[in-house]
Design a protein around this ligand. Structure first.
Ligand code: ADP
Ligand code: MG
Length: 659
């Protein structure tokens, strides 16, 4: 028997650790002891041995060698196992030496039960060797059966052990997985913790916001209450206001009715005012006509500082029929006796007196404003639609420019007719606006030198620059009777300042021309023209007329002492041109006065340009400027004679240019 041999060969120290029963050894020893002397001590067999064997069961031993974790696992799993030694009760039994219960008792070996072994034949006598052998054989075979059973059990246990190991591995793997899971869970927990932290922060933030919102809500509610209170107050005020409005509406309705009445009255009065204005215009014109459509004013300038004092009696201003209180209209020029000597040649004759009568005579002490006062009515006629022409005639140095433009230095006291007339026109036009009239003004300023026209409103130095430019007198347009100078500046003006800047520009242009061409401004006619146009929309009336303010060239005669040098020839030409144009002016006025069929306007640029301001409906005023000096006696006499002729002329009956 292999198993039995194997077991027999086991070393004694190992046997004690083995789970196998030691019955085999006991049997061998018994065989040995057959031959050996009888031991004094009695061998104890039976249940005690079996119990000892049972107490050292493999399960206990396996458990003892397991790691603690496995032990616990095994301990947990142990009750599930089947088998004779799977309970610890056996161990307990050994220790407590209590009788083994049928359930927990070791599985009896088939064939030979321990009980049987114990209940074997009683001790055979020494001589009964055969019997003893028989017993031993039985015991041996029982042991063999038991061994087989134990071997089987061992296999089972091994298998169980393998299973347990497998299970342990599985559990270990499971454990690993669980550890992994645990790590993951921990990481997750950590992340969750962070998330939780964030969420807590957000919650805190939200709580704070909530707190703020609550505060806001509270303040809104307070505001709401306040607004409600205000609304109530406003409603109360509104009620009061509405009541007031009702009252106001009633008052307004009353006022509107009153306004309607007033408007009707106003319209009636405006109409009446317009009628009065038209009547005024008519009467004004009647007055002007009574005064004469051609008027001549004589102005004698004072002797200037540095000039010789005129001899007394040279120029006298006899009072009018109504005495000295009346404005002077008469002037007497008395030729000094020595002058006559030269004429008669010989004895000094009695002084010759030349009496002249004009519409008005301004004495040397007359101020610019006095002069303008007389002119302003005529200027008014231009606004009413009558062409007006004001000339300043006289020898060079007699005060023409002073009368027309004014004295030097820009002193308002010495402002001439042009700035004063312009200011007056703008002022009256503004007043007439209240009556429905609206006026526009366009200014131009040209110079006629040697029958050549130059624009004084060209840019500074423009008169010189524009030498190549043709300035021709042409009709303003097809079908138009208005005459204009081609290429000349026609500047719309609306205030005195604008006109003043134009006059300044003209002065500059004249100064440039004077220095570059050695020409004196007194050698040319300068024509300042203001085109006045008025409209009355309500009455559908339109009036337009020019106001011309002409500073004529010096009227002095040709100097008999002039040589025939190139400069003198030029001077001669200038003088002839001036004389020609001035005599043409006289002829034109006379032709108009005599109602001649032919009026020689074309004989000079000046009359050609001014023809519309001279004929029929025009009003003309000529200033004859006189020098008080004795040396200028002859020229003064000539000027007065010329002016006297003009003064005798009457030009038609003036008609306003009304449409
Ligand atoms: P004209 O233009 O006829 O050649 P001006 O007007 O240049 O003459 O006058 C010559 C000078 O006489 C100027 O210095 C001017 O200031 C002065 N003059 C002319 N008239 C008067 C006047 N009424 N009162 C004071 N000075 C005058
Ligand atoms: Mg002058």
């Amino acid at each position: 028997m292999e198993k039995g041999n194997m077991e027999l060969k086991m070393p004694p120290d190992k046997v004690s650790c083995s789970r196998l029963p030691v019955l085999g050894l006991g049997a061998k020893r018994k065989l040995d002891k057959e031959n050996a002397p009888e031991p004094k001590k009695k061998r104890i067999r039976g249940p005690g041995t079996a119990v000892t064997t049972a107490g050292s069961r493999p399960r206990v031993s396996t458990v003892a060698t397991m790691p603690r974790a496995k032990k616990q696992e095994a301990a947990q799993k142990a009750p599930l196992k089947t088998g004779p030694w799977h309970t610890t009760a056996a161990t307990t039994d050994v220790k407590s030496r209590k009788p083994i219960s049928a359930v927990s008792a070791p599985k009896p070996v088939s064939g030979v039960s321990p009980t049987t072994a114990r209940k074997g034949p009683s001790k055979r006598p020494a001589w009964d060797v055969k019997g003893q052998l028989c017993d031993l054989r039985k015991e041996f075979s029982a042991c063999q059966v038991q061994t087989e059973a134990l071997t089987k059990e061992n296999r089972e246990l091994k298998s169980q052990f393998g299973q347990a190991e497998q299970q342990a591995k599985t559990l270990e793997a499971e454990n690993k997985v669980l550890i992994g899971e645990l790590t993951e869970i921990r990481a997750q927990a950590k992340q969750d913790q962070l998330e939780l932290g964030k969420l807590s922060a957000r919650v805190q933030e939200q709580e704070e916001r909530l707190h703020t919102q609550e505060g806001l809500i509270q303040s809104i509610q307070e505001e709401r209450l306040h607004l409600q209170e205000e609304r109530r107050n406003l409603a109360a005020r509104l009620e009061v206001q509405e009541a007031q409005l009702q009252e106001s509406m009633a008052a307004l309705a009353k006022s509107q009715a009153e306004i309607t009445t007033q408007a009707a009255l106003l319209a009636e009065r405006t109409e009446h005012l317009h009628g009065l204005e038209m009547e005024r215009r008519y009467l004004h014109n009647q007055l002007q006509e009574l005064k004469g459509n051609i008027r001549v004013f004589c102005r004698v300038r004072p002797a200037l500082p540095g000039e010789p004092t005129p001899p007394p009696g040279l120029i006298l201003f006899p009072p009018g029929p109504n005495g000295a209180s009346e404005p002077s209209t008469r002037l007497s020029l008395t030729r000094p006796p020595e002058d006559r000597c030269s004429i008669i040649g010989g004895l000094p004759g009695p002084p010759v007196r030349y009496d002249f009568s004009f519409d008005r005579v301004f004495l040397p002490g007359s101020k610019q404003n006095e002069v303008f006062e007389e002119v302003s009515l005529l200027v008014q006629s231009a606004l009413d639609g009558y062409p007006v022409c004001i000339f300043a005639y006289g020898q060079t140095g007699s005060g023409k420019t002073f009368t027309m433009e004014g004295g030097p230095g820009g002193d308002p006291q010495v402002e001439g007719l042009i700035p004063r007339a312009v200011r007056h026109l703008f002022s009256v036009a503004r007043k007439l606006e209240a009556q429905g009239w609206s006026y526009t003004f366009v200014a131009s300023y040209v110079e006629i030198y040697n029958e050549t026209i130059r624009d004084l409103l060209a840019c500074v130095g423009g008169a010189q620059k524009c030498q190549g430019v043709e300035y021709e007198i042409r009709l303003a347009g097809p079908g138009s009777k208005e005459l204009i100078v081609t290429n000349a500046q026609y500047v719309p003006v609306s205030c005195e300042e604008e006109v003043e800047s134009l006059l300044h520009l003209a002065r500059q242009n004249r100064a440039v021309a004077r220095t570059t061409q050695n020409e004196q401004s007194s050698r040319s006619h300068s024509v300042f023209q203001l085109q006045i146009s008025g409209k009355h929309m309500g009455q559908n009336l339109h009036c337009a007329a020019p106001l011309n303010l002409v500073d004529l060239a010096g009227s002095e005669r040709l100097d008999s002492g002039l040589s025939t040098g190139p400069g003198d020839r030029e001077r001669l030409k200038e003088t002839q041109a001036i004389n020609s144009s001035l005599s043409t002016l006289g002829l034109v006025i006379m032709a108009l006065s005599n109602k001649e069929s032919h009026v020689p306007y074309r004989n000079s640029k000046l009359t050609y340009l001014l023809q519309n301001s001279l004929r029929g409906s025009a009003k003309m005023l000529m200033f004859v400027n006189i020098s008080p000096l004795e040396e200028n006696f002859s020229e003064s006499l000539n000027s007065l004679r010329f002016a006297s002729k003009v003064n005798q002329c009457v030009i038609g009956t003036a008609r306003a240019n009304k449409k």
